[in-house]
Design a protein around this ligand. Sequence first.
Ligand code: DAK
Length: 244
Amino acid sequence: MTLDRPEALNALSSEMLHELREVLQEVARREDLQVVILTGAGDRAFAAGADIQEMGKLGPLETERYATLGHEVARLLERMGKPVIAALNGYTLGGGTELALACDIRLASETAQIGQPEVKLGIPPGFGGSQRLTRLVGRGRASELIFLGEPIGAADAERMGLVNRVVAPERLLDEAKAWARQMQERGPLALKLAKAAIHQTQETGLSAGLDYEIKLFSLAFATDDREEGLRAFLEKRKPEFKGG
Ligand code: DAK
């Protein structure tokens, strides 16, 4: 999926967010789609944040609608039962960073600049950045990025665990597709359950999370995929998963 508004560095207008929500709902439903890659059109940006022109015109009620929309999009990325890879191909700022944070894995081009510059505009992060960034990189680093508002380069982002891997710009999509293909060979149901278990860490303490893992793990043992996965290993062949 491509955020496609390169003339404005893929800044997120409410029209784009509406479309994104619609497409993500469809992608979440489609069983023939197993892995999602989200990137930005052109070679300059993933998304340079929320649309500043539009933001300037929002009244309180529209602001609430816009915030709800952004959060729904982030929740869809985070909760759909399949992996989502963000391929950060340039400026990834504000709301753009927040969308990337809602994805499961982030690959970045060497040219990516990633940040939460909201405070420079007199506002705090509003699409979940304060929560997801802090959970991902820790309070100190999240505070640094949010309070200073200065973007960091891809190498620094990789060092702090904000992105999983940095690659040359011309390799970014190929690398994302290679990761996606590898995931596609795994059991789709196992990926879905694993994603649900990983995200549970954001909602509960360790004991409740471990209990949840036991339940999901036991559920996997009631499926044909588990049977096929174990049998294929013993028969020294590639498994053919059906997702059930
Ligand atoms: N919005 C609208 N247009 C943008 C834009 C943005 N965020 N970013 C860039 N553009 C447009 C520019 O206006 C310019 O358009 P034209 O002038 O050509 O018509 C075009 O994209 C190219 O940008 P530049 O000419 O500025 O390109 P440069 O290479 O000189 O600079 C830059 C690149 C990324 C450093 C610069 O464009 C920049 O600083 N952009 C703004 C970055 C930013 O501050 N982003 C917004 C962060 S705040 C909310 C929840 C969440 C949010 C808001 C509300 N609610 C709960 C209600 C999220 C807020 C944010 O994301």
